[in-house]
Unconditional design. Structure first.
Ligand SMILES: O=P(O)(O)OC[C@@]1(O)O[C@H](CO)[C@@H](O)[C@@H]1O
Ligand SMILES: [Mg+2]
Ligand SMILES: [Mg+2]
Length: 283
């Protein structure tokens, strides 16, 4: 049977590796920092340049494919996940880390058809770790198979989360309330890589038992969601229902028991969905 998407996945790996080289070179220069939704939601010309390089390279090979790119959406492109083959791109996940030279910076490229992720590529470009997954064919890091942690007890676990870029005191109170509840289970520790994609690859690698967050976007999650599930992990909404790529809410865990326990401790809220502005979106 013809393997429809292997050529596209091979291109994604090559594009992510090339983008990582651009990121590493940019780290040697001064970076002009701009802001988006708030004074702590950063973007640089490197984010924009890398996204355009990836999108242009894909358009040359797959001219009918669609795109959801973080910086294209920021510039006004619609954020619509259709049934069409769609490349879901975060050119730099961890821009704040990139600006501060904190060494966790990822290029994330997900690919969906019929709203289902067919492959995911996350390149941690300062670690030179290429995380990949193809639906139904497992997850890998630099070609080595990945498997989530076999830890069953949350009290023997490390949990990853992030603080996001929303500084609204009411939102911050919810974030810290959830954090306190989970820390006081107690768990062994809480960790933040500063990038959702790498946090989720740490779940897939068995380095942390779970990651949860409210507020990130589809481009942070798409590729890594498949890397987690193909490593034997589970994905869930923060209130325990099914994971929804466009909801800006996720629990990614090594097993359902730990995911459900985390869900029970989170003070949930619902940010505006990524597809909220899409034509025909539910109000
Ligand atoms: O804007 P970026 O760098 O692409 O992504 C922002 C981000 O790093 O910030 C959040 C942590 O607060 C993560 O969920 C997300 O991955
Ligand atoms: Mg991101
Ligand atoms: Mg980004």
């Amino acid at each position: 049977m013809t393997d429809l998407w292997q050529d596209a996945m091979d291109h994604a790996v090559s594009a992510a590796r090339g983008a990582g080289q651009v990121v590493r070179e940019a780290l040697l220069e001064d970076r002009m920092v701009m802001v988006k939704s708030s004074s702590v939601d950063l973007v640089t010309q490197t984010d924009q340049k890398v996204e355009q390089l990836i999108i242009q390279s894909v358009k040359e090979k797959f001219p009918t494919h669609r795109f959801i790119g973080e910086e294209s959406v920021a510039a006004g492109e619609p954020c619509v996940l259709s049934d069409e083959p769609t490349w879901i791109i975060d050119p730099i996940d961890g821009t704040t880390n990139f600006v501060h030279r904190f060494p966790f910076v990822a290029v994330s490229i997900g690919f969906s058809v019929n709203k289902q992720v067919e492959f995911g590529v996350v390149y941690s470009c300062l670690e030179d770790k290429m995380f990949t997954a193809r639906r139904g064919r497992g997850s890998f890091c630099n070609g080595d198979p990945l498997q989530v942690s076999d830890q069953k007890a949350i009290k023997q676990s490390i949990i990853a989360t992030e603080f996001g870029s929303d500084r609204d005191p009411e939102v911050v109170d919810k974030i810290f309330s959830s954090l306190r509840n989970i820390l006081c289970i107690p768990v062994h520790g809480i960790r933040s890589a500063g990038t959702a994609a790498i946090n989720m690859c740490l779940v897939a690698s068995g380095c942390v038992e779970a990651y949860y967050e409210i507020g990130m976007h589809v481009w942070d999650l798409a590729a890594a969601s498949l890397i987690v599930s193909e490593a034997g992990g589970v994905l869930m909404d923060v209130e325990g229902g099914p994971f929804d790529l466009m909801s800006r809410r996720v629990i990614a865990a090594n097993n359902r028991t730990i995911a459900e326990r985390i869900s029970g401790e989170i003070q949930a809220y619902a940010p505006a969905r990524d597809d909220a502005a899409a034509p025909g979106a539910d109000p």
